[in-house]
Design a protein. Structure first.
Length: 287
């Protein structure tokens, strides 16, 4: 049997390296409140959130001025950049809350950035992401989010959510595990509040606002519903988005084509009259 002997300096190096290493953020959404669950199975294109904290290292979180049992360092750094960690957390949280999350396509989808296939395009900035370990730990996470309709390209909501608090870590003090947990819980509060805004403002992403606006001069309006919904709508050779859909278009006669995977393609010839609304309902048939 071969016995490997290590020198004392080498063992000390391993110990110090393990105790001063970066914190791995194992984000878990926890129990999601009903108010922060998807009220509809919305599709969200999640664009990368940008770290705009200023002159700090991309993986820097805060200072250590009090004992952390398994770390010998004067600062908290994450294994991954803060922006990467936050983007992964948001995607995990939205999915757990019942949303369908995708990333931007390259090149952009037909019909614009959302291609009409997403309900919401979501992006934002990380303005503050700080945890200082001391007598009373202080944490502050501030994230700005922007919601844009994937169908119309119009803004839905833009706002900043901030969570700032402090705590006494207890007699046993902090560890990498408690640091990870504190960051995760605080970040989850920010994301939950952002989802509340998604649910409150989603109506602005749909077609209801188009129904309420006056029809432009010289145009007509066509409202298309399909069963099942979320079928692809083409007017002439142009893709307009997913059903249900309301579009203002120059008067005339058009071919409307509806496509949906596993269903037969359907076509209708429709007359769009000036200043008038035309309604079209189409029931798809299985192939």
């Amino acid at each position: 049997m071969t016995i490997t002997r290590y020198s004392l300096p080498f063992l000390l190096f391993l110990f110090i390296t393990g105790c001063s290493g970066a914190v791995k953020l194992n984000y878990k959404p926890g129990q999601i409140p009903d108010t922060s669950k998807a009220t509809k199975p919305l599709t969200i294109i999640l664009k990368p959130y940008i770290d705009s904290r200023g002159d700090v290292a991309p993986n820097y979180v805060g200072k250590i001025e009090s004992t952390v049992t398994d770390m010998h360092a004067d600062k908290i750094i994450l294994e991954k950049d803060v922006a990467i960690s936050v983007n992964e957390a948001i995607k995990t949280h939205l999915t757990s809350a019942g949303f369908i999350v995708t990333i931007p396509s390259s090149p952009p989808l037909e019909g614009g950035e959302g291609g009409g296939q997403a309900d919401i395009i979501m992006s934002g900035e990380i303005k503050k992401f700080r945890l200082d370990i001391k007598g009373r730990d202080e944490i502050e996470i501030e994230i700005e989010s922007r919601l844009i309709s994937g169908k119309t390209g119009k803004g839905i909501w833009e706002g900043v959510i901030t969570e700032k608090e402090d705590r006494f870590a207890g007699v046993s003090g902090n560890s990498k595990k408690t640091i990870n947990s504190y960051i995760s819980k605080t970040l989850a509060k920010v994301i939950n509040k952002t989802i509340i805004e998604i649910n409150k403002n989603f109506g602005k992403a749909g077609t209801a606002s188009a129904e309420e606006t006056p029809i432009p001069e010289g145009a007509g309006r066509i409202s298309i519903k399909t069963e099942p919904p979320r079928s692809k709508i083409y007017i002439g050779d142009i893709y307009f988005g997913l059903s249900p859909l309301s579009v203002d278009i120059e008067s005339g006669i058009y071919d409307v084509t509806v496509k949906l995977e596993s269903f037969k393609e359907k076509k209708e010839k429709v007359s769009i009259r000036k200043g008038q609304k035309t309604e079209l309902e189409m029931n798809m048939e299985k192939e």
